[in-house]
Ligand binder design. Sequence first.
Ligand code: FE
Ligand code: ZN
Ligand code: FE
Length: 166
Amino acid sequence: MAKLESLDDLFVDELRDLYNAESQLVKALPKMAEAASSPDLRNALEEHLNQTKNQIDRLDKVFKSLDVPVRGKECVGMKGIIREGQEVLKGSAAPAVKDAGIITAAQKTEHYEIAGYGSACAFAERLGYGEQAKLLKQNLSEEKKADELLTKIAERHVNKEAKRGE
Ligand code: FE
Ligand code: ZN
Ligand code: FE
């Protein structure tokens, strides 16, 4: 592990964690979308896949503007969250029950990212990196919106259908 002696070091370390977490999600989101039965859930996951690719581009810009190498560092947190989610994907369940499980798994990934971007934004601001903070805030707000949309889908219909065993 790299030495974390300063807030700058911690900031770059967090960016690398997020960069790798996003890369893992680019692989995981299509599988989640494919396993979803509800069209709105599938759309939300596919839309977030596109956003995720954009988020990686923004992180790229942040690394380059700081003049540090563009690279991630294995995010074991996201690895664990995705692995848990795979149990839902592989398991046999009524379609709406599976969808409710996919929403749970996806929201766990969003919450992890929200925590990471929240801290990274605060560090960027504290360090005087205004331009970088702006880019990170865009990612943060997309994660929050993705999370809210998943809540809406669950509350609008998926949980009701799951309760009926559909
Ligand atoms: Fe993301
Ligand atoms: Zn991580
Ligand atoms: Fe996300």
